[in-house]
Design a protein around this ligand. Structure first.
Ligand code: NAD
Length: 488
């Protein structure tokens, strides 16, 4: 039985077949504002039958959608970009209230999505096959790329608009239909896409949203043979579970997982720039960023100076109410996350680290915090904190810095701050990460560049043509001119 809810709150529901989808059995749960901890809306959660209906709707709609002209898909995706541009303040309000985002982060998501829709619009006309020399006389050999059919997306809470949008837009460009299971924390941002795409003229059923707090229902997306690909962004812990499901059901999967990304700061770096780059790279979105540089690796000659300057900078980072335009660090998604981060600090302190600043919790806010002297064996050394906690590690020299950078089970992104181009490029080739940013922090995701990880950070690449490659079936076609020489 559902608990009674405030009747003043607006109730949302799954979006299936181009309409709001209500059924009697849907459990209703509140969406909680992470800062005030008060409910802001109610959501009817999809049932197993609803998920089945969403897949059915998607499969039916895809038959016609997959045959539309690229120019039609291009036009709809261009309109979607324009609608995001027009409605960005309204989208930002959802991200601030539902996700605890600060205003700048909410705007970043909107800008990213505008670009993502426009790039996807271009991709619609650029789904290419190729021809190749055949190893037989009189034969023409070529490939075509066809839509997969139904693609399912499972998204995280931390950038719920752009991280699901970057799956959705290329899937549509390539002629697929899409079923989206958003994070239980952020269903409203996902449902915004329903409004945007409906207004843009997307045919009913091509896009469907199935909010659910019952994660076990996610199995249905793997078990159903009509779903051809599951594209997932979330933690390595969940990724491992889903990879096993993918194996069991022989399902294609893209895994965009967590990180423990390094920023390496060499002794020749401009200290002030290095401090600012490292601070932004870890405290943006209160550290709830997969590619955050949570490990700051500093060469010994400048280690103590860096620690002092970094701690001083971090003490100036304003934290508090995300609705306040001056706030840089807002609330964590839930109170348990504050306890988890404090646990990382306590463990590190017990094993000999130093807390340079922060460490306290104020309601849903965790102060921007810095640990020095972090070493292997401490939980924070390799575990993702996913919050405003930076570890500063001392490297004896450049070689030791490379060793530390790679001494993690993750491999998502990285950065190096130095003016020594020999070392910068050497690092770029040797670091075990999906991206390297020279003279910058590890926080960068460009909708036109490949994004994805190595090791426990997952596999597959997202954005633009890289997503389209994963979201199409590559088929080999040959034509025999005249009769083929056969041995019997
Ligand atoms: P999470 O793994 O807890 O949840 C992600 C999604 O998976 C949610 O929608 C959740 O409901 C769903 N889920 C969980 N168990 C499931 C199951 N058994 N079947 C189907 N779905 C299931 O992650 P989160 O806390 O929402 O997000 C934070 C994590 O995501 C961090 O680890 C972060 O680094 C990572 N992340 C990665 C990227 C990237 O691009 N690599 C981007 C953002 C966040």
């Amino acid at each position: 039985m559902n608990a009674p809810h405030d009747p003043q709150l607006q109730t949302y529901a799954p979006y299936i077949g181009g309409r709001t989808w209500e059924s009697a059995d849907q459990p209703v749960t509140p969406v909680i504002n992470p800062y005030t901890r008060k409910p802001i809306a109610l959501v009817r959660q999809a049932t197993a039958a609803d998920i089945d209906a969403a897949i059915t709707a998607a499969q039916e709609a895809q038959k016609a959608w997959g045959k539309t002209l690229a120019s039609e898909r291009e036009a709809i995706l261009c309109r979607a970009a324009d609608i995001v541009e027009k409605r960005r303040m309204e989208i930002a309000k959802v991200l601030i209230e539902e996700g605890g985002n600060v205003f700048g982060k909410a705007m970043f998501e909107c800008d990213y999505m505008i670009s993502t829709f426009r790039i996807a619009a271009g991709q619609a006309r650029d789904v290419r096959g190729e021809t190749m020399p055949a190893d037989a006389p009189g034969r023409i050999s070529m490939t075509v790329r066809q839509p997969l059919g139904v693609v399912a997306g499972i998204g995280p809470f931390n950038a719920p608009f752009l991280l699901t949008g970057k799956k959705l837009a290329p899937a549509l460009a390539a002629g697929n239909a899409f079923v989206l299971k958003p994070s239980p924390y952020t269903p409203l941002a996902a449902l915004k896409f329903a409004e945007i795409l409906e207004e843009a003229g997307l045919p009913p059923g091509v896009f469907n949203v199935i909010p659910t707090t019952n994660e076990a229902l996610g199995d249905k997306l793997f078990a159903d043979p009509r779903v051809k690909l599951v594209t997932f962004t979330g933690s390595a812990r969940t990724g491992r579970i889903l990879a096993e499901l993918a194996g069991r059901y022989m399902k294609r999967i893209v895994l965009e997982l967590g990180g423990k990304s390094p920023i390496v700061i060499l002794a020749d770096a401009d200290l002030d720039y290095a401090v600012r780059a490292a601070a932004f790279g870890i405290f943006f979105n209160q550290g709830q960023v997969c590619m955050a540089n949570s490990r700051i690796i500093v060469e010994a000659p400048i280690y103590e100076r860096f620690c002092a300057a970094f701690a001083a900078k971090v003490r100036t980072v304003p934290y508090g109410d995300p609705a306040n335009p001056g706030t840089a660090v807002g609330p964590l998604i839930n109170p348990a996350q504050c306890d988890f981060i404090r646990g990382h600090i306590d463990d590190a302190l017990a094993k000999g680290a130093r807390l340079l600043t922060g460490g306290e919790r104020h309601g849903a806010i965790f102060e921007p915090s810095v640990l020095a002297g972090v070493r292997p064996g401490m939980e924070v050394y390799n575990e993702e904190s996913f919050g405003p906690l930076a570890s500063v590690l001392e490297a004896r020299d450049y070689e030791h810095a490379v060793e530390l950078a790679n001494d993690t089970s993750y491999g998502l992104s990285s950065g190096i701050v130095t003016n020594d181009l020999q070392k910068a490029f050497d690092f770029a080739l040797r670091v075990e990460a999906g991206a390297v940013h020279i003279n910058d922090n590890s926080f960068d995701d460009d909708p036109n560049a490949p994004f994805g990880g190595q090791k426990d950070s997952g596999y597959g690449r997202e954005n633009g043509r890289y997503s389209v490659a994963d979201m199409t079936e590559l088929k080999w076609i040959t034509v025999q001119l005249g009769q083929r020489q056969l041995p019997f």
